[in-house]
Design a protein. Sequence first.
Length: 439
Amino acid sequence: MLGLLAGAGHEIVPEEQADLVLVNTCSFIGDATSESVRTILELAGSGKKIVVTGCLAQRHQADLWDSLPEVAAFLGTADFDRIVEVVRRVEGGERCNAVTPLPLVGAPVLNKDLPRLFTSLGPSAYLKIAEGCDHSCSFCIIPQMRGRYVSRERPAILREARQLAAAGVKELVLIAEDTTRYGQKETGKFRLAALLHDLAEVDGIDWIRILYAYPNYMTQELLEAVRDVPKVVKYLDMPLQHTHPDVLRAMRRPRHEPPDELVARMRATVPGLVIRTTLIMGFPGETPGHVDHVLEFLSRERLEHVGAFAYSPEQGTPAADLKPTVPKRERNRRRRLVMELQQEVSRTLHEGLVGKTLDCLIEAIDVKTGEALGRTYRDAPEIDGTTYVTGEPAALPGEIVPVRITRTGPYDLHGEFVPDPQADGPRSSSGRARPRQDS
Ligand code: SF4
């Protein structure tokens, strides 16, 4: 949307200076919905024109049309390419509802060549490879907001990847509601592995990272591509949501191999693989035995990153009516148990990195301390930790350089630049270290 607006001659400015504010919303859980509405209400008295886009608009526009008369336009999740037209109408004094009721059926918008304008991720950029979801997890509202699963066409993805590389992006972070299913619905074959090979050919891109890899489509071919394609970082984000089969059944998660076996297969295929998962604690019917099952799994498998959430019932989902519920305080306690255990696991795993040299993508320089801030392949942008780097020769944002780890905590790493990069590994032709990742 920013790219389209800039291309149409609009100036993108900080909110305080704007005549029109675009509020791009989330509505995945109650808290996100409240935050989105709060943001809109805060802007309501400002005299600025307000355009609300994204999931809140998609999900609640029928209610919000009357209750938020301050909003000049609503734009649905599959309607973002109409932003210039909508802004023009709003500037002309019109109030408009541009929400297509069934998002992304056929999703022609996904395959359009749209310009991108970057905001905050520095040398990394998200690259959407599919949209929507055909699963029906009982706690999840996403399919109702994003529509049925549809893969983007490969040429459109590659064109965008080249566009990102030309803009200086070094790391592509592949996203979708379900990345591992890429291509299967349209062609009958899982195509993510082939896409990784294609993306690795894009000049200028050094790292490719996969988020939201659904556990029941974790094909051997994909794991081998993660192992064999040098630019693909040895990192997989795989949301399990729970480990106990009873709870997984109540969550209506599609069947997949038992989590222990799956993790063992992943680790056996991809040496050095870093695994992130997310878990929901306190789902209706979850017993203390189910909680122990999760804790024992985490102690045994020692995943590198875990995000745990207390279950929050979502209106309009089947789980919202399930009984018996777990009291909110207990849901939070169970979440805390998971996070405390995981902190210890992460702390120990990080301690094992001290003295090792890892490639680090420099993202920014702290002007106060002079420290470089970056990430190794072990950490995804925005969700995992930061690596703080000191010493000479300093590197610039966007460079991937070897860093020796000197100190660690449960989430972040501290290290120093390796003085002579040649001593620790060859540099890429562009002057950046090759994605060797770990030594
Ligand atoms: S896989 Fe389940 S949790 Fe993920 S988006 Fe689809 S329905 Fe929601």
